[in-house]
Design a binder for this molecule. Structure first.
Ligand SMILES: [Zn+2]
Length: 391
């Protein structure tokens, strides 16, 4: 079994950081010859060869004989690349209504996933039931070496103590890590779902190549995560909140003020307003989208206003943080491509800093939650490959 990932015994040291440098170069630029790895990492050829051999032994790397061998310093060399066929990580996302779990390879590619209705009842029983499903799912991948289970969830995550607090689910201090570890026998890594998705952007998306980035998420809730030099900022105890960011408008928030971001753009809040305005008959976001697509001007106006509120929020946050790159994620953006122009228009009107060509939409599709849940584990693996795999 892999070492417990939360305290990575023996982590650190020159050997570990050399291995991580080699693995990182191949992850971002592979396949590479050993000489190219040496150039990119600044390590000596003997060190690179030793690390490549160690990482191949751990089945993280392999030679790619299918590619034409390059000729380096007199003799042909076979390039090395990540080994996609062995190591995998499991990701579980518990949502208020739906729980999704899946298995990804080293590149974050989803090998398979399943979804179930989130069970109701006592939190520990709910987690036990989810863990049983995940365990059965993992048993269908006997050929894979699974490094652990990443669990991502909204609400507050106490990763240090393995506890979850989730208001809408009624969970307070639920010992999620202990329950999941007990059932699956694998190390479990907890994270908030917005930080998990931002980590996915760092590892496998455009944010990985930016020196600083801001990840902006909106669907039923809104969230933001900031990364500098490839590292996600994590504040004391919890992530920051943009739920009550004032974006204008006359929508009343439960906090007593008007114009708070989450109350203005949350899916449920938007459809409830549409129902009250007589635009749609039932609180169903698909109905609202369908009405707008069919030419209903009131439905279109509601969705335009939502996009513009999102754009104003992105503009304010951009000016506060001044990142090199902003990545937009969440279904409020990815399910509404027709309104991206409105969002970006409001962003450009709001931001006061020079340059507005820094906003991108995530490249990840609807499977992002399960994939993102395991990126915390994959980050640890890329940072400490030898100790995570017990070498
Ligand atoms: Zn508020």
């Amino acid at each position: 079994m892999p070492a417990a990932v939360r305290d990575v015994p023996g982590a650190g040291g020159v050997r570990e950081s050399n291995a991580a440098a080699v693995l990182g170069a191949i992850r971002t630029d592979g396949p590479l010859s050993r000489a190219a790895i040496a150039r990119l990492t600044g390590l000596s050829m003997p060190t690179v060869s030793r690390q490549v051999a160690a990482l191949a032994e751990l089945e993280l790397l392999r030679e790619v004989p299918g590619l034409p061998a390059t000729r380096e310093v007199g003799r042909p060399t076979v390039p090395v690349d990540l080994n996609d066929d062995v190591i995998a990580a499991c990701g579980v996302h518990i949502g208020i209504t739906t729980t999704t779990y899946g298995l990804t390879n080293l590149r974050g590619g989803l090998l398979g996933s399943e979804r179930i209705a989130t069970p109701s009842g006592e939190p520990e029983k709910v987690l036990g039931a989810i863990a049983d499903e995940v365990g059965a799912f993992l048993r269908s991948w006997p050929e894979r070496k699974i490094i652990g289970v990443g669990l991502a969830i909204g609400g507050q995550v106490d990763a240090e103590h393995g506890l979850l607090h989730h208001g809408p689910l009624g969970w307070r201090g639920v010992p999620a890590r202990a329950v999941l570890e007990g059932v699956t026998g694998l190390p479990v890594h907890l994270d908030g779902h917005v930080p998990a998705m931002a980590t996915a952007e760092l590892l496998f998306g455009a944010a990985g190549r930016a020196q600083s980035s801001l990840y902006f998420y909106a669907r039923e809730m809104v969230g933001v995560a900031i990364a500098v030099d490839g590292v996600l900022h994590r504040g004391p105890g919890q992530s920051g909140s943009i739920a009550h960011l004032p974006v204008g408008g006359d929508v009343r928030c439960a906090c007593g003020r008007t114009g708070c971001l989450e109350a203005t753009v949350a899916e449920r809040a938007v459809v409830e307003r549409a129902v009250r305005a007589g635009v749609i008959a039932a609180p169903d976001f698909g109905l609202l989208r369908g009405a707008a697509a069919a030419g209903d001007q009131d439905a279109d106006r509601i969705l335009t206003e939502r996009a513009r509120a999102l754009g104003r929020a992105v503009g304010i946050l951009r000016d506060v943080v001044n990142p090199e790159l902003v990545v937009l994620g969440g279904q409020a953006v990815t399910d509404a491509p027709a309104y991206l122009g409105d969002l970006l228009g409001a962003f450009r009107e709001t931001t006061a800093l020079p340059g507005t060509d820094l906003v991108e939409v995530t490249q990840f599709g609807p499977d992002v939650q399960a994939m993102a849940a395991c990126t915390g584990l994959l980050t640890q693996l890329y940072d400490h490959p030898l100790s995570i795999l017990g070498a």
